[in-house]
Design a protein around this ligand. Structure first.
Ligand code: ZN
Length: 229
C-alpha cells in the first residue's frame, strides 16, 4: 500500500481472496485425496514471502520509478501466484488423472508437482483474467488495453513454468518416520530424505522462480504490444 498505493493493495487482496476461496472449495474432498493444504488451508510465512516477495520488491521499486516497468512486474508476479494457486486447487478436483507436463503419456497421482490437468489450466487462465480485470478497473496501468494480455500471458506462463520446474528440478523425497512420499523439507518433525530433483529446490524456491518467470513473460508481452501499438 505504501509503495504501489491502494489499487495495488486491492490486487493483492483479490489474489488472497481467490486463494482462500479455491483452497476451501471442497476442502474435505481434497484432504481425503491427500492433496489438500494442511492446517485448514493456512499458509506459513516462507510461502507468503515466496509468492509475494517479487511483488513487494516491485512496489518499493515503483517509489523510485514512476514508469511502466514496476507495475508490469507486479502484475506478472501476482498473476502467476494467483494462476498457480487456483490451478493447483482446481486441478485436484479434476475427474481425469493428472499427466506429467514433461511426458503427457505418464499419469501421476493428484497433488504431484509437475502433474497437470485441463481443469487446472482453465483455472490458471481464469485467475489471471480476474487479476487483469481488477487491474483494468483500478487503472493500475495507464495503457488499459495492455493490462489483460500482460496478466493472462504472465500468469499462465508462470503457472506452466511452475509445473515444469515441479516435474524436473523440484526436490522429491520421503519421510524417515512415516515413510510417506513428500516434497517438504520436514515431515513428522524430522528432515526428509531426498530421492529426486535438486536437494535445495523445494516448493517455495519453485514459487519464487515462477513469479520471476511470470513477471518476465508479462514484461515481454508488454514490450511487444507497446512496440506494435
Ligand atoms: Zn512423516
Amino acid at each position: 500500500m505504501y509503495g504501489g498505493g491502494f489499487s495495488w493493495f486491492v490486487i493483492v487482496a483479490v489474489f488472497f481472496t481467490l486463494g482462500v476461496a479455491f483452497t476451501l472449495y471442497k476442502y474435505g474432498y481434497k484432504r481425503r485425496l491427500g492433496g489438500a493444504q494442511g492446517k485448514g488451508g493456512a499458509r506459513n510465512w516462507p510461502h507468503i514471502l515466496a509468492n509475494g516477495g517479487l511483488a513487494s520488491i516491485a512496489a518499493v521499486w515503483s517509489l523510485a520509478d514512476p514508469g511502466f516497468a514496476p507495475a508490469v512486474v507486479f502484475l506478472g508476479a501476482i498473476s502467476t501466484s494467483a494462476a498457480d494457486t487456483v490451478a493447483t486447487e482446481l486441478g485436484l478436483l479434476s475427474h481425469s488423472q493428472p499427466k506429467l507436463i514433461t511426458d503427457p503419456s505418464k499419469s501421476v497421482p493428484p497433488g504431484t508437482s509437475g502433474g497437470v490437468t485441463r481443469l487446472g489450466f482453465a483455472g490458471s487462465v481464469f485467475a489471471s483474467l480476474v487479476i487483469g480485470m481488477m487491474a483494468l478497473a483500478l487503472g493500475v496501468l495507464s495503457s488499459p488495453y495492455l493490462v489483460l494480455p500482460i496478466c493472462v500471458v504472465g500468469g499462465v506462463f508462470g503457472a506452466v513454468f511452475d509445473s515444469f520446474l515441479g516435474a524436473t528440478v523440484q526436490r522429491k523425497g520421503y519421510c524417515v518416520v512415516c515413510l510417506k512420499p513428500t516434497e517438504a523439507l520436514k515431515h513428522c518433525g524430522e528432515r526428509t530424505n531426498p530421492t529426486a530433483g535438486k536437494r535445495f529446490i523445494e516448493n517455495n524456491v519453485v514459487n519464487v522462480l515462477s513469479t520471476v518467470a511470470g513477471a518476465a513473460a508479462a514484461y515481454a508481452t508488454f514490450l511487444v504490444l507497446y512496440l506494435l501499438f
